[in-house]
Design a protein around this ligand. Sequence first.
Ligand code: SF4
Length: 378
Amino acid sequence: MAGLYLHVPFCKKACHYCDFHFTQSLKQIDEMVDALCLELEMQSEFLGKDSIYTIYFGGGTPSLLEHQHLKKIMKVIQYEYDLASNIEITLEANPDDLSPERLEAFYSNGINRLSIGIQSFHNENLEWMNRQHTGDEAIEAVLNARQAGFENISIDLIYAVPAVDHSIWEADLKQAIRLRPEHISSYCLTIEPRTAFGKWLEKGRIQEIDEDFAAEQFEILLDTMYRHGYDQYEISNFAQPGYESRHNSAYWKDEKYLGIGPSAHSYNGKFRKANVANNAKYLKGMEEGKIPFEVITLSREDQINEYILTSLRTKWGCSLDLLKEKYGVDLLMEHRDYLNKISLQDLIYEDERHLILTDSGKLLADKLASDLFIEAEE
Ligand code: SF4
């Protein structure tokens, strides 16, 4: 089983926190769709004989795609790839794009899961982050999606937005729960250097995110999700039973995936590659019939450490047997004293040969994972 990812690198507006690859000029959207279709044809052997069980339109803003764009792309996919009968096809969407007509176009093209970038229902926060939509539009988008027949909806929320107290975050969560999405992804606001917030930080216009404030909001999030029946299957991802995102899980479980479009990454079990993160270079390459990509070489230690980092973020945890069988690493032996220490501190536990973080451990996930990294042999 494998996954397919398509990167749609266009946005109407640049959100102040975002450092993904996109352009605000929509001029080349038709050309880009043709290039994606061509790359889909050229890459049809990349995943071998594996069936595709998840397709994910990410970006950028894939909800900018029109009916005829999706129709073209889906036709190529259906022709070139072996699709599982119960395939999950997700499209990332911004609320302001989700009119009943456009939702109908998505639905009729086989999209069966929407991931809606809401981030907050609070208009001041939305404006501060330079989002294109209002809180009311976000609510309407989810209601419209239900009306159009979508039975699998995910929403994204951002926490740790600076505020005097937690009341806005609590109200955001309350509103989210009222909508009963099947899945909620919630990320801590981060300030990346190449973004508007990054520049504001440099100029002293904003402060670094307060870690204690963020940790408190994360705890409010965990508590709310738990009380309303959402399972935290990854640190930032919560699902009603049976609604974990297949796309996300494929990455964490080391499954094969093919990424199409500028900046998309691929992995076929043997090697990884990354397409150029530049629309003009990507389009030029495709015009010449050559996919502009570079192979990413990960050392054995990089692969092990990447597995430790991603698996510890999930509820399934880090498999000691996988590390032993695939890489010959005995993590318990390597870090015996440290593991004893953090298990006594109630940050981690072992269950059926898996290391799993406790709720307190999840707050320190990246630090704990990096302390468990394997060092390259001299
Ligand atoms: S957050 Fe989404 S909509 Fe905003 S700039 Fe980034 S990719 Fe575009």
